[in-house]
Design a protein around this ligand. Structure first.
Ligand code: UD1
Ligand code: UDP
Length: 370
């Protein structure tokens, strides 16, 4: 029996690690532990629940206004203690959060091999996204098995001098998306849809640390500009739980009740439903760029660069930046010009895989632990 721990800390890690956990659990030779650091509480648990997973261990570290120092040191100590008390043969981490890096470091300090799911993504700018670009470089510095979603991500690793154990798998978010589309087949229409009816709907999410404050206010001002031009549109805004983000968005858009619907974070099936129903998506999220390409939905990425260039060249995403004027112009162009919208979708070759990433990861792990 081989002991494998899969670490999750935040919502996207849960969604993207879930298919890997489910796949590994099918193997009777593996004893799989789902460890939640609890960097996120409700958002993490909800996402795991959407896939029928409950964490075996929950470090429950989250507190309000948590600092990067606090997250990193709490995860390092918590995961370290777990690894001291429970012998593990492999630890899997996902992505680029502070949980990812600190959990990998705890394993490294104990000579336990690390598998990094979603390895190799690079924006080549340590400030954008912050601190995620550093987290993924640091994690890849102590990784044994690199599960790179695309050829480009594998190439990034090779350019850094890594030559062994790079596996191109596709992104596990596509596995998660297909799984959820199957699970939600018989679900009733989500409640928020009743207020949308046939109006064009723009789904918006924003949470990036580097956008806190003035940038986020500018994004909200762009939303107001769009509403003023197109009074028929509705913005569906599932608010991130972080008060630093939700308070700014709610304050800036409080006078636009006829055009803005705020919700709590949607569970994953509901969010996928909303993506499907939207005219297009405005977001600074990483995962949304990948998912939207898989369901042929245009996304305006409200960031100045992306570590997912394939989403722009071969997917349905446009890097619109964070300037109010650019967001307004590009959004109105998609809304008003159907040919332009069609041209965005036409370039899509679904660059993030075909939903078999977790199976590929399982097969590599099996061979590695033999
Ligand atoms: C974190 C990750 C980011 C990832 C994002 C996904 C780091 C440094 N940041 O950013 O890479 O893209 O998650 O959403 O690892 N909160 C709750 N309940 C929750 C979740 C969050 O109340 O379920 C609030 C808390 O007040 C918490 C705050 O949100 O202090 C910030 O959470 P944190 O994980 O520090 O940062 P995120 O911006 O969520
Ligand atoms: N998501 C969700 N409910 C929401 C908003 C997002 O389930 O209300 C999902 C989304 O489909 C994607 C992931 O959460 O899979 C993205 O998380 P987030 O934007 O918080 O993090 P990032 O991907 O930017 O790290």
């Amino acid at each position: 029996m081989k002991n494998i721990t899969c670490v999750t800390g935040t919502r996207p890690e849960a969604i993207k690690m879930a298919p890997v956990i489910l796949e590994l659990k099918k193997n009777p030779d593996f004893n799989v532990t789902t460890l939640a650091t609890g960097q996120h509480t409700d958002m993490l648990r909800q996402a795991l629940k959407d896939f029928g997973i409950t964490a075996d261990v929950d470090l429950n570290i989250m507190k309000q206004a948590q600092t990067l120092d606090y997250i990193t040191s709490s995860v390092l100590q918590g995961v370290g203690k777990f690894l001291d008390e429970n012998k593990q043969d492999l630890i899997l981490v996902h992505g680029d959060t502070s949980t990812t890096f600190a959990a990998a470091l705890a394993a490294f300090y104990r000579h336990i091999p690390v598998g990094h799911v979603e390895a190799g993504l690079r924006s080549h700018n340590l400030a954008l996204p912050f601190p995620e670009e550093a987290n993924r470089i640091l994690t890849d510095g102590i990784t044994n098995l690199f599960f790179a979603p695309t050829d480009g991500d594998g190439e990034n690793l090779r350019k850094e001098g890594k030559s062994e154990n790079i596996f191109i798998t596709g992104n596990t978010v596509i596995d998660a998306l297909y799984d959820i589309l199957e699970r939600r087949k018989n679900m009733p229409e989500p409640e928020y849809m009743q207020n949308i009816k046939d109006r064009p709907m723009i789904l918006m999410t924003a949470h990036r640390r580097e956008s806190w404050g003035k940038t986020l206010e500018g994004i909200c001002a762009a939303v107001v500009d769009i509403i003023k031009e197109r009074g028929d549109v509705l913005f569906l805004i599932p608010l991130h739980k972080n008060p630093i983000v939700r308070d700014v968005i709610k304050t800036c858009l409080k006078d636009f009740n006829n055009n803005v619907i705020f919700t709590e974070p949607l569970n994953y099936p509901e969010f996928v439903y909303a993506m499907n129903k939207s005219a297009f998506i405005l977001s600074d999220s990483g995962g949304v760029q990948e998912e939207a390409s898989a369901i042929n939905k245009p996304v305006l990425i409200m960031r100045t660069l992306s570590e997912r260039p394939q989403a722009i060249t071969h997917g349905t995403c446009i890097l619109v930046g964070t300037e109010r004027k650019n967001i307004r112009e590009e959004a109105l162009k998609i809304l008003n010009n159907s040919e332009y919208r069609a041209s965005i979708i036409a370039k899509n070759t679904m660059p993030f895989g075909n939903g078999t990433a977790s199976k590929k990861i399982h097969d590599v792990v099996k061979k590695f632990l033999k």
